[in-house]
Design a protein around this ligand. Structure first.
Ligand code: FES
Length: 165
């Protein structure tokens, strides 16, 4: 008795045209990957790089006067994606005991004017809208919504560093 259906065990032949179409499509895919993957890596690479701690050297810790905010100025390198630039920052450093150091930004938290320490009045003043901060950077009066921003500090070999982001 004959089976009702037979399975064709011979390999299916493809035409030259079908082979060429498949080969061209495969080559196009390879070329696309060869060009596209580096381009994608170039574009998103900076976003995937691991952030590293960024400690910025301020100067000798011995320069900080006890009980008086002392101004340090320095330049930091910033990398935003593929754009690198330099930025000058100024930081007031305060210590009351020579052990613990507080580093405060001189940028007013209202609209970003630079505050100045006036020793006679023991206050930081923001010239733009009369914002006033106490020695620890807390708001005393005016429109600033929060205290002066602070930086994490560390001391190594007598040198004071702040951590920036
Ligand atoms: S910027 Fe300082 S009070 Fe407005």
């Amino acid at each position: 008795m004959e089976p009702s259906s037979t399975v064709d065990a011979s390999p299916k032949e493809i035409s030259r045209r079908q082979f060429m179409s498949a080969a061209i499509a495969a080559m196009g895919g390879l070329i696309g990957a060869a060009l596209g993957l580096p381009a994608i890596a170039y574009i998103i690479g900076p976003a995937l790089t691991k952030k590293t701690e960024n400690w910025v050297r301020l100067g000798a810790v011995s320069k900080v006067e006890t009980g008086t905010p002392t101004l340090f100025k320095t330049t930091v390198q910033r990398q935003t994606g593929w754009i690198a630039d330099q930025q000058e920052i100024a930081v007031y450093v305060l210590t009351e005991d020579g052990q613990k150091y507080v580093a405060m930004s001189n940028i007013c938290t209202h609209l970003g004017c630079r505050v100045r320490w006036i020793a006679e009045q023991e206050r930081f003043f923001s010239p733009c809208h009369n914002g006033v901060f106490d020695k620890d950077g807390n708001v005393v009066s005016g429109p600033p919504p929060r205290p002066l921003d602070r930086f994490e500090t560390k001391i190594e070999d007598g040198v004071l560093y702040i951590r920036t982001v």
